[in-house]
Design a protein around this ligand. Structure first.
Ligand code: PHB
Length: 390
């Protein structure tokens, strides 16, 4: 009897030991490692890994394993990979997503599976609007949040007419729509919206000719990744800099490929949630560590990965693998980010943050840098069909 009691006690002790043993959390990274946004995916992962280096110790003995999957910037592929990560690998959290189209494709599955998804790029306004989900939390930006201030800025600068160009998919259309809404509300007029086939356009010439023919005072664009580099080179070689000055969502001249664009980027005016030269202690530490680890200046995409990792660590530490508690923690966490102050809007799970309008100029060391012209503080999407908070 006594012996048996001991055995049971030992088993209980062992079980107790197992329950508090270190656990490994699985984070599924859904990013493009090929296709037009491949560089963005790799940069987000680089930032994410630095974020883990800096903050994973907050998990004590527990660790994080990354499971990267290539979405190829294709909605159907993204959905297949999301299902694989959740159903087969049983990840605790999903993170990543670059394309608005891929985010739209995984939305219903993620919501139904009740797996937290921390969005580290894709700006699709519906994911934090009429298609919002308690499980989808965004630490990057929404498309409208970036370009609405640009619409206001262009009007404040005295522009009366612009023509818009963007790739023909959700992000391009939403960027133009938000810019247009703000610009026209302030008295401006968008003369034409020109959409180029997404992932397919190599020759922007005919579209640039069409844009110029409108006689607009300026050109507004959204392009990112490989398309941004091709577009900028052709815009400059058409000699349009003086005739049709450029205003853009800042991904156009991202630090990530600014050197590949070169002088063509000079003079363009951009809006974005991050500027590499921001003067705050968190940015100094982040840039210094990133440059030491990777040998290059970190871009907005790296910041998004870095902050996503830090948010995930904080929410895992608070929830210990309980997905509902993870969501509660992730929605209410904030910390000093390299980008400046931010918080998650409890009504939409979208981020609220400053938007910087800046011009690309040549710095004293010859580097192409951002000269900040105006800061739109605490930019928040207006009510948009989502009401998560009770
Ligand atoms: C998007 O598809 O939402 C998207 C892609 C690339 C960017 C920004 C937004 O740089």
């Amino acid at each position: 009897m006594r012996k048996r009691y001991l055995a049971v006690a030992t088993a209980a002790l062992l079980a107790g030991t197992t329950a508090v043993a270190a656990r490994e959390y699985k984070v599924g990274l859904l990013l493009p490692y090929s296709g037009v946004y491949a560089a963005l995916g790799k940069e987000i992962q680089a930032g994410f890994e630095l974020g883990l280096e800096h903050y994973a110790a907050e998990l004590g003995e527990d660790t994080i394993r990354l499971l990267p999957e290539d979405t190829e910037v294709k909605p159907a592929v993204g959905l297949t990979k999301a299902k694989k990560l959740v159903l087969q690998d049983k990840v605790d959290v999903l993170a990543g997503l670059v394309s608005s189209g891929v985010l739209a494709a995984v939305r219903d599955f993620v919501d139904g599976a009740k797996v937290p998804l921390v969005v580290a790029n894709a700006g699709n306004i519906h994911a934090t609007g009429k298609q919002c989900s308690r499980y989808i939390i965004r630490v990057s930006f929404s498309n409208a949040q970036i370009t609405r201030p640009m619409g206001r800025y262009m009007a404040e600068r005295g522009l009366k007419t612009v023509v818009a160009m963007a790739p023909d998919y959700a992000a391009g259309r939403q960027d133009v729509e938000a810019m247009r809404g703000a610009f026209e509300a302030a008295g401006g007029k968008v003369l034409k919206e020109i959409y180029t086939p997404f992932r397919k356009t190599k020759d922007f010439g005919p579209y640039l000719t069409e844009a110029q023919a409108t006689g607009a005072e300026a050109l507004f664009v959204f392009y990112a990744g490989g398309e941004a580099i091709s577009f900028m080179k052709q815009y400059a070689s058409f000699g349009l800099k003086d005739k049709l000055p450029l205003y853009a969502a800042g991904f156009l001249t991202s630090q990530l490929y600014r050197n590949a664009i070169g002088e063509a980027a000079l003079g363009s005016i951009n809006s974005l949630h991050y500027v590499t030269t921001l003067d705050n202690p968190e940015n100094a530490r982040f840039q210094q560590a990133f440059q030491q680890k990777y040998g290059r200046v970190a871009s907005e995409f790296a910041v998004q990965g870095y902050d996503a990792a830090r948010l995930i660590v904080a929410a895992l530490a608070a929830s210990k693998g309980d997905k509902e508690k993870f969501v509660d923690a992730a929605r209410t966490t904030t910390f000093a980010s390299p980008r400046g102050p931010w918080r998650i809007d409890p009504a939409t799970n979208n981020i609220v943050q400053n938007i910087y309008v800046y011009q690309i100029v040549q710095g004293p060391d010859g580097r192409l840098v951002e000269k900040v012209l105006k800061v739109y503080e605490n930019e928040q999407d207006p009510p948009n069909g989502c009401q998560l908070a009770g």
